[in-house]
Design a binder for this molecule. Structure first.
Ligand code: NOJ
Ligand code: CA
Length: 557
């Protein structure tokens, strides 16, 4: 089938549009590499591994939050938006790291967390101290409670991490927190909040940052007019731009202001929205007048299945094209069970009504993460095939540290060692996200498998050494070698943003062409598929004279 007309224009990116088909590698700084042996990853640790990043062949890194934080939510509780957590480094270490990455041709995106600050941010401390009715409280959402003595929260809203979305301060008022109680929501109706973030974007752009990943981008605007709706009313409300707390139309104005800042730099700074919204709403975030790009989590949420991959790929390409943007393909990040495990669990990625859930594999973790219940070899085989498919799609690809090692999710973290608030607040229904945040194994052996000389802030399992960089280095069949080869070839082959499906004659085999003679065949099924004619330049697994099940190949003609 030829691609729908709106995909047919070949987009050739200018250098200012480097982001359109970039490979971005997400670094979770606390878990990448630890230079000063305190068990926590740091900027100098990242700097010491730049050769590794360069050899991987990525275009950019995205640094998850490194700001001063109490780590109530892995750093997404920011105490100071214009500084570095002393456990991670200093502003000067940051500058050195950015310069070194740039010198290796690697751009730098950083995480910006505008929906909420930490409860230890100066503004929140001031708000608590200043009392009800003060301008300091206007930077957040403080309200009187309900009930005869105000001892009931303003509404019955639930936090996304479980439990109530309101916490009471000692003078009796309540503040809103969509996430943990340590993450009070900022009031974006307040011009001071808006100005402060514009200044923060400039602060980092002036330091050479190339772009921003915008946390919870769909949540900033809120309609807090009275009477406030109930949780049931929030859930029943259409998500059409008028929802009181989710994906409101006035976000367009907020991000248009951000765009003015981005475009005041040469080249313009970029941004990618983390927005959990219906595809029809993506243009609000991804248009060139606003943030420019938005994550598409559809593949990450979906099953390993040819039909759903094809449907998702078509949908995402149309939505991105309609936004004037490119797709950001994602299979892994710091919030999700690693795909090498997800694809090996017998548990579905869909809820009872057939709706995709974020809990793909979550049931397995909740049931204790028993290794007997998971087929790790199959998970990895599928993960490698899916990644090769993803890396051949038009648009940008976001990779998460450790997936290039084929790392499995770490299920065996004792409760006492867990850190994620979603474990503590929601433990009846989820185990949390610590299992994909365990510090990386660089060496086969040693106290923290080469992460650092001082242990690791989340416990690493005994099997980690087997997945280490050292164990894979020099092995052409390793997952690391596959990622390196795929990224190098992608650089050679990638041209126009166009995909054309080719008939495969089988429902469980996807086949498509890209410009520049690049062909991709992915067998999602169990039955082998005849090898097509052409020069096979890369394969996700061994070939047997045919294309075996759960394997992807790239061909060049
Ligand atoms: C999305 C981030 O990816 C996640 O890690 C965090 O917990 C929430 N936003 C709240 O900031
Ligand atoms: Ca350290």
């Amino acid at each position: 089938m030829s691609l729908a007309p709106d995909h047919e224009t070949v987009v050739s990116a200018t250098s200012a549009e480097w982001w359109r088909q970039a490979v971005v590698y997400q670094i979770y700084p606390r878990s990448f590499a630890d230079d000063n042996a305190d068990g926590i990853g740091d900027f100098r640790g990242i700097a010491s591994r730049i050769d590794y990043l360069a050899a991987l062949g990525i275009d950019a890194v995205w640094l998850s939050p490194f700001y001063p934080s109490d780590l109530a939510d892995g750093g997404y509780d920011v105490i100071d938006y214009r500084d570095v957590d002393p456990r991670i480094g200093t502003l000067s270490d940051f500058d050195t790291l950015v310069d070194a990455l740039h010198a290796h041709g690697i751009r730098v995106l950083i995480d910006i967390v505008p929906n909420h600050s930490s409860n230890r941010h100066r503004w929140f401390l001031d708000a608590v101290a200043a009392g009800p009715g003060s301008p300091a409280r206007e930077r957040y959402h403080f309200y009187d409670g309900t009930g005869p003595d105000g001892s009931e929260p303003p509404t019955d809203w639930r936090s996304l991490f479980g439990g109530p979305a309101w916490t009471r301060v000692s003078d009796g008022q309540w503040y809103l927190h969509t996430f943990a109680a340590e993450q009070p929501d900022l009031n974006w109706a307040n011009p001071e909040v808006r100005e402060y973030f514009l200044g923060t974007l400039r602060f980092w752009a002036d330091r050479g940052v190339d772009g921003f990943r915008v946390d919870a981008a769909h949540m900033l605007a809120k309609d807090m007019s009275r009477p406030l709706p109930t949780q049931a009313e929030l859930e029943a409300h259409p998500f059409d731009g008028t929802h009181p707390t989710w994906d409101r139309d006035e976000l367009r104005d907020i991000y248009a202001e951000w765009r003015t800042v981005f475009n005041s730099y040469d080249p313009p700074r970029t941004a990618v929205a983390e927005a959990a919204v219906h595809s029809s709403r993506v243009p609000l975030y991804a248009s060139p007048q606003t943030l420019g790009q938005s994550f598409f989590f559809d593949l990450q949420l979906g099953d390993y299945d040819a039909d759903s991959f094809r449907r998702i790929i078509d949908d995402c390409l149309s939505v991105a094209a309609a936004s004037g943007s490119s797709v950001t393909w994602v299979l892994n990040n710091h919030d999700t069970i690693r795909h090498a495990s997800r694809y090996g669990t017998p548990f579905p990625g869909y809820g009872p009504g057939g709706e995709p859930t974020r809990k793909h594999g979550g049931d397995w973790l909740l049931a204790g993460g028993d290794p007997v219940l998971i087929d790790a070899a199959r998970g990895l085989r599928r993960a490698r095939a899916a990644t090769m498919l993803l890396l051949a799609l038009p648009g940008s690809a976001y990779l998460y540290q450790g997936e290039e090692l084929g790392l499995q999710e770490v299920a065996e973290i004792p409760d006492a060692a867990r850190q994620d608030p979603s474990f503590f607040r929601n433990r009846a229904i989820e185990v949390g996200r610590d299992g994909c945040r365990v510090p990386l194994p660089w060496a086969r052996t040693g106290p923290s498998y080469g992460f650092g000389a001082g242990g690791s802030h989340l416990p690493q399992p005994l099997w980690f050494g087997h997945y280490s960089v050292e164990a894979q280095e020099g092995d052409p069949a390793s997952t690391l070698a596959l990622y390196r080869s795929a990224l190098a070839l992608r650089r050679e082959l990638q041209t126009g943003e166009v995909l054309e499906w080719a008939p495969s004659g089988r429902d469980d085999v996807l086949s498509f062409r890209r410009p520049n003679g690049w062909r991709v065949v992915s067998n999602f099924g169990a039955e082998p598929y005849p090898l097509p004619a052409g020069e096979i330049v890369l394969t996700s697994g061994p070939l047997t004279g045919t294309l075996p099940g759960e394997t992807t190949i790239w061909l060049r003609s």
